[in-house]
Design a protein around this ligand. Structure first.
Ligand code: SF4
Ligand code: SF4
Length: 387
């Protein structure tokens, strides 16, 4: 496969990460504008014509690593909320009833590969014609697991790697040997990918933080020159989930000094370097426009959506099912249902969903939670053009 073909494959897998916003003048939130939005949504609701463009499935919250920028590992692994295999299978069946498109079902955790029947889930998702990708710390991708994933026809594996400095990566992940296991995971996947002629996309996901700021460009350069890696995605560090601190200034607190970038000019320089490389066709899967938004996010984390006059980048069709079965459309809204109670199909075509879509489409909240969510809008006419 040529580099260009590879990037196209990756783009297909990562097609969900596209910036979503209004035309240059921004979304129309006037009374008339909102009425038009509601009319359109009601029409789609009556016709049941709207379909998910992405499905994020949080299979479990437990994790065996202890990363500095995450609180998931503080959950008791054995009692962390988790979906059952049957619940997941039923949900995939319901998803198929809603859409025939080959959307991505993306599995995450905690560490999703800790889920006992992880490979069976992948197989089932693929058997229904959906693409299936996973975010993982890579620690469980032994040779045998790599072979199973290739056999299951997995579409994409995105492995977290925050530095090519072994000590730094291990430190950030709170786990000795984490770096080595990432390199082994890449080797194992690549070996079976070549052996069986698989189209698996092997990606790296790096989180940009204070501690690894200087490592981002060397990491991107390393990934770009590594034939085993299809692409690299740079996440902006966020406030770790499940914290008690709801303040907008969380990032200014001492406890976050290690993760929140302290020198904005350095952040801007790195993002500009990334944009330049992206323009040259490097294997960076963030859209260039998103890198610009990340710049604004680091400058004003609680105001970047308003400052840029953006629509919610998460969009209103990117479905998230959490490890308690809740079906979430917006991070700040109540779930539209629960797979254990109302089921996916009924929740998707419910009044609650209509309300949620309207809220998302007219949301003016200063919300930083969606910074790394760049899901694909179906209406590409809303795609940003002027950055
Ligand atoms: S960031 Fe990922 S690997 Fe690290 S503790 Fe959280 S869930 Fe586990
Ligand atoms: S509050 Fe919800 S709809 Fe608004 S920007 Fe955040 S995730 Fe999007």
């Amino acid at each position: 496969m040529t580099a260009l073909q590879q990037i196209k494959t990756i783009d297909k897998v990562r097609s969900n990460f596209i910036l979503y916003r209004g035309k240059n003048k921004g979304p129309d939130y006037s009374k008339e504008g909102k009425e038009l939005i509601l009319k359109k949504l009601k029409n789609e609701f009556e016709l049941k014509s709207y379909k998910p463009n992405f499905c994020l499935l949080i299979v479990s919250r437990g994790c065996h690593y202890q990363c500095k920028m995450c609180n998931y590992w503080k959950e008791d692994r054995k009692s962390a909320p988790s979906l059952t295999y049957d619940e997941i299978i039923n949900t995939i069946d319901e998803l198929k009833r809603i859409t025939q498109e080959d959307i991505v079902v993306h599995l995450i955790g905690g560490e999703s590969m800790l889920f006992p029947k992880f490979v069976e889930i992948v197989k089932y998702v693929r058997s229904k014609g959906f693409r299936c990708s996973v975010s993982t710390n890579g620690g469980l991708i032994t040779k045998s697991m790599a072979k199973k994933l290739i056999d299951a026809d997995m579409t994409g594996v995105f492995i977290s790697l925050d530095s090519i400095d072994e000590k730094k990566h291990d430190f950030l992940r709170g786990t000795n040997g984490a770096y080595k296991r990432v390199i082994d995971a890449i080797d194992n996947l690549y070996y079976y990918k070549k052996k069986y002629g698989s189209n698996l996309s092997i990606g790296i996901t790096a989180t940009m933080m204070q501690y690894n700021l200087k490592d981002i460009i060397p990491l991107v350069d390393w990934a770009n020159n590594n034939e085993k890696i299809n692409d690299i995605f740079i996440n902006a560090v966020m406030q770790p989930f499940f914290n008690d601190d709801q303040s907008k200034d969380w990032h200014k607190k001492k406890q976050y000094e290690m993760i929140w970038p302290q020198d904005l000019s350095e952040v801007f320089y790195i993002l500009e370097q990334l944009k330049k490389r992206k323009k040259k066709g490097w294997k960076i899967s963030n859209p260039a426009s998103q890198l610009h938004v990340v710049k604004q996010y680091f400058a004003t984390p609680w105001k970047y959506i308003k400052n840029l006059n953006m629509k919610c980048p998460r969009g209103d069709l990117a479905l998230e099912i959490d490890s308690c079965g809740n079906i979430n459309m917006c991070f700040y809204d109540n779930p539209i249902g629960n797979i254990r109670e109302s089921g996916l199909y009924n929740s998707w075509y419910s009044q609650k969903m209509l309300n949620s879509r309207y809220k998302i489409n007219t949301c003016k909240k200063d919300c930083d939670l969606s910074i790394n969510c760049f899901y694909e809008p179906k209406n590409i006419t809303d795609y940003i053009t002027h950055f």
